[in-house]
Write a protein that binds this ligand. Structure first.
Ligand SMILES: NC(=O)c1ccc[n+]([C@@H]2O[C@H](COP(=O)([O-])OP(=O)(O)OC[C@H]3O[C@@H](n4cnc5c(N)ncnc54)[C@H](O)[C@@H]3O)[C@@H](O)[C@H]2O)c1
Length: 262
């Protein structure tokens, strides 16, 4: 099934992890993908993997906190592929410190990447997405990667949780502002996913338990009995980006193996 055939996607933080897998899946389902990230080598490798599988992809250096870098990503998508239909705001930063231990610098980093990055991506990609949407059967789609920590509080990463809660509500405001312009916007809320960031979330410095013991404990804390894989999130991203999700906007899609059902 080619769910996003002929569409053009920009994926922030698309070099690796959830973003990398989403870029590969979008390409597999027929989209042309612009991968934006600060990690040049990983980004180039993901582009190569997509091309080797017969898909189309381009890497751009994108620091999501810089407006000029977003403008360059949109210009690249327009020049190479004719426009932008899908924006995946996936790039994220994670710092696990208590409220008492968090510095103003930590706070500024989390707000810059997780909130300002999503705002800038949305603001700068939207005009081109609205233009493309006029002639598309359903329209364009923004998918914002939030977290289960954007649904409930977090003991380990309270400021991260604060930013992801912001992404959740910004998604709904975006959906309302853009609905008549034929741009949908939804958030995805992953549970613990096996990526570099997931490893950071699982590590408990000073713990007497080994890494393997920690992984087993985290797997058991998920009702489904395992932690998530990037493909679990990528599947939701492809669905929400596709015309199958034509009537879905402003919604929150929880993909967490049942963690927040408890
Ligand atoms: N892994 C998890 O357990 C988990 C759970 C819930 C939500 N998430 C969210 O999923 C998203 C992807 O995380 P991941 O798990 O794949 O982690 P990851 O660390 O593997 O990937 C994050 C990517 O974002 C990029 N990035 C960071 N800062 C950037 C910036 N300023 N500009 C551009 N790119 C930047 C990184 O270079 C990296 O490629 C994040 O928004 C994260 O908060 C992850």
């Amino acid at each position: 099934m080619n769910r996003v055939d002929g569409k053009v996607a920009i994926v922030s933080g698309g070099a690796r992890g959830i973003g990398g897998e989403s870029a590969r899946r979008l390409a597999e389902h027929g989209a042309k993908v612009v991968i934006g990230d600060v990690l040049e080598a990983d980004g180039a490798a993901t582009v190569q993997a997509i091309r080797d599988a017969g898909g189309e992809a381009t890497f751009v250096h994108l620091d999501v906190t810089k407006a000029a870098a977003w403008e360059n990503a949109v210009a690249t998508a327009v020049k190479n592929y004719g426009g932008v239909d899908i924006l995946l705001n996936n790039a994220g930063a994670y710092i696990a410190r208590s409220i008492l231990e968090t510095t103003q610098e930590d706070f500024a980093t989390l707000v810059a990447v997780n909130l300002e990055g999503v705002f800038l991506g949305t603001k700068i990609c939207a005009p081109e997405m609205m233009r493309r949407a006029q002639n598309a059967p359903v329209g364009s789609a923004i998918v914002n990667i939030s977290s289960v920590a954007g649904m409930v509080g977090s003991r380990n990463a309270p400021i991260y949780s604060m930013t992801k809660g912001g992404v959740r509500l910004f998604t709904k405001s975006t959906a309302l502002e853009f609905a008549k312009r034929r741009v949908r916007c939804n958030s995805v809320h992953p549970g613990l996913i096996d990526t570099a960031m997931g490893g950071q979330a699982m590590s408990r410095p000073g713990s007497r338990r080994s890494v393997d013991e920690m992984r087993t404990a985290f797997a058991q804390s998920h009702p489904i009995g395992r932690i998530g894989a990037p493909r679990d999130i990528a599947a939701a991203v492809v669905f929400l980006s596709s015309d199958d999700a034509a009537f879905i906007t402003g919604s929150e899609f929880i993909v967490d193996g049942g963690v927040t059902a408890q």
